[in-house]
Ligand binder design. Sequence first.
Ligand code: SF4
Length: 679
Amino acid sequence: MPKDRPELPPVEELLATAVTALGGVERPGQVKMAQAVRDAVESEEHLAVQAGTGTGKSLAYLVPAIRHAAESGDAVVVSTATIALQRQLVDRDLPRLADALEGLLPHRPEFAILKGRRNYLCRHKMAAGMPEDEDDQLFDPREVSATGRMVQRIQEWANETETGDRDEIVPGVSDQAWRQFSVTARECLGAQRCPSGADCFAELARERAGEADVVVTNHALLAIDAMEDFAVLPEHDVVVVDEAHELVDRVTSVVTGELSESTIGLAVRRAGRLVEQGVADRLQESGEDLRALLAVAPPGRVDTLPQSLGMTLALIRDAAFACITALGPRNKDKDDPENAGLRKAAFTVLDDVHDTAQRMLDAFGPAAGDDADESGDAANGDHAGDARSEEVHRAEVVWLEEGRGRVPPTLRVAPLSVGGMLRDKLFGDRTVVLTSATLALGGSFDSLARQWGLGKGEWTGLDVGSPFDHPRRGILYVATHLPQPGRDGLPEAYVDEIAELIEAAGGRTLGLFSSMRAAKAATEALRERLDVPLLCQGDDSTSQLVKQFAGDPATCLFGTLSLWQGVDVPGPSLTLVIIDRIPFPRPDDPLASARQRHVAATGGNGFMAVAATHAALLLAQGAGRLLRSMDDRGVVAVLDPRLATARYSGFLLNSLPPFWRTTDPAKVRDALRRLTAGS
Ligand code: SF4
């Protein structure tokens, strides 16, 4: 340790002080995790820690993080997947921790939250009144007036806000309204050149973050900071990735490119104000070609590039390039401050259109735009010939997403894997601690480590377990007597089984379904049969539904994906979790199926590496809804018999908490009746 570093109390002492001050009890798993984080930071080795619900993992990483920041003077970045956890850290855990540790450290720990630039009000855009980007013709009058009211609310709020943070606006405003007051990082003029740079909210947030010991952010901004050429986060040498099971999906979203008539229309509108009409018209025409093609193409993965699509993508790319050239040198803005914002906005979207079209062409191999599949009549050609070797070399996947409401059909491109990117950019020059309640899939961290791009010997794994006594407090019931779930909705036998389980539990049930269709079908069928209140996702906002569910033990709540991970209801209101089927990715999920085929083509087991891993993660998250406090007890009922009978069932079962297991429906119903009678 350098001589001028302060002597600080050990992590164990700081943790004990914090736990006492916060009114908690010291837990062995928490101490073990805090020590492991300290060791990882000191030895500069990446660490993955699985810490079950109730461990107190936030304190277990925040305490060594704060100690490291106080000792080294460098900030520690904590990244989360959800706004809920960000709020918990910034509004609750960190202020209390700062109070508790202040007397033991050289200064009171400082913390700040930092979001992407587009989350802050842009004073320049507001003052300069940049022209609206939206195409009003697309909207019906009601939507236009609703947006108008939101715009007015934003303008009133803008006069009072001290942070410019969009999340302060309650109730929230639509993306469409907010876009008129915000810029992306690439659209920003830069504080030096911007007339409002001195008062810029995003810059002020960055300044505050620059002085903080702990900077809380999200996975998307962490990925952007790691991958872009410009620094977004303050200098740091340690990152804690909480909710690390979400990292790969969030990073994939950041690097997914898209093209549709809307994205090209936006580029045309922005370029049209600055370049000759004929140049912008070329881009518009290529956008119209794309619209016509996508309107008739089947949604899903584009396996081989039809000639018509290849030619259109090449036209889009070239037309965007012509607009970029017509805009003139990028550094011309110094002499043209008035148009600087408009030019920057135009460059940003034109670069995106150009680069995305090129990426899509590259996804099919070199010179794909020139020698695209001559059949030219389908987006989903099926060429078996060299498919295997193509699969091995493929780096990105292109797929068409169906249009919905006002959103037109959209062509997307994403990498098959973000592991290499994470390995180079995120793990390359800093120590990363990854943590979650679910990291061990099939009993090992290897599946997730591979997705993060970490090889053997490049990281250490630690499972600190859970303070809950799973075998005594919970039962895992697999309904082996039921038929396998089919493609045609929820089997009648499943509805009967759910009814019997809910009756035995006296309500108190969270139903986690693999599709919204199944959740709605079960709700409809059971509302007629049961006399307990039954809520279904979509009836109201999810947070309202969860509140209602938590407030009345007789109430049941059915839903899909966001409930699998987002419900935290301790106490008797949640005694039974029902899972209708193993949550494999849908067979038509283009990215999952492409990843699966790629693993298979390179000699691996595609099903286990992709589909089973995905299912294991969600199952563990879903089953994790049951025990949320030391006093909780209950049953996780999985209706899909494959969890006990399929060849991959061992992998899935090993991913779940160690509940006592049974396949006997009578035993489970008895247990539920006893639990209900005793609560
Ligand atoms: S510096 Fe960028 S974000 Fe800030 S006010 Fe200027 S243009 Fe907007």
